[in-house]
Design a binder for this molecule. Sequence first.
Ligand SMILES: [Zn+2]
Length: 385
Amino acid sequence: MVPFTVKKNGNKVWIGDSGKMYEREEILIHYLNMDMSTLDGLNRLLAEYKRKCRYVIQYAANYNENVHRAQGLLLTLVSFFRLQPPYSCLDIPPRICDEGELIALLNQHKFLFGYGRTNEYVDPRNEEERFLADEFGFEDVVTGEAYLHAFYVDELILEDDEYESDVIDLNRKIEQLFDRYITLVDDAVRVKNVYAPFLDKYNSEDKKKAVYDLFHLPTQPDQGKQLNASSAVKLIYGVDEKGELCRVAEYTSLGDFLYMELMEGLEENSVPRKCANCGRYFLQPGGYDTEYCDNIAPGEDRKTCKEVGAKNTFDQKVKTNPIWQLHQRAYKTHYARMKKKNMTQQEFLNWSEKAAKLRDQCLAGKVTVEALEAFLTEDLRYKKK
Ligand SMILES: [Zn+2]
């Protein structure tokens, strides 16, 4: 959408001049957890408008209508991405977010449109402008303030050799404009189509193979399904917000930035992982394997996914393992006995310590199930009298 600079010092990331700080990979995680359904299929539509908004006779019939529909779509995209980092930290020029980039571009070439027509926008309070509007099409008499809201491909201009290079220039700019938006959408959906499946594989299977496969993705016709649409990233050094030495990278696309986030995370062996409870991605502290995030679990008031997950894992273990079942049954009986004061707290602690030890030995195959059962039931019988 617009180029931006990123300063990095260790795990700290600053976007543009906003001074807003992120953790490394925090923005990548934002896109991993984003609902991409609104962006799906949008590029097919953008590619269609890219064709139809060229200044050619083939699309002259509905040109103005197509231009305005396309501009509406682009503005929707702009207002969506303006709310997402890194763009939420940047000042987006009014040409892009208010007046609309396509309309602004066509107005830079207004001498090609509506030759001699009067349906362009003029300020009705301005006498001079109203007069000039009648003469529209003669660029030298337009003060530069008049602004077109309606665009018509002019057959006479297309037939005139003098305008040929202007038309070629405009069409090239129109295509580049649409390509920038198509790349933006690709860059976002790539996170869902390529990065997320890669991370799932990386976190659950052979890491080395997952990385190898990532760099050897089959070439697919669908955009956004390749590793990256990267152009070179300009990297220099500067000072961060605290005056400390930092790396400063200049990005022209969201995709390049997210690509670098992922690669740097891989270098540090610290990449996002999907929470086994809530399904959202979170950052794993380096080298430490954890399946659950620290966020409040869905449907819970205070319990985190980690707490819910630990209990689920435990319940699962007890449900499926006869050794655990044996132990848990005896544990509950003894616990109840202590609560009824048929057993002192110290007696209970001594017993549970022994029981846990024996259970672990039994799980490790060092003690037979019969021996464990004998201990647990013998003790129960003893305590009953
Ligand atoms: Zn979670």
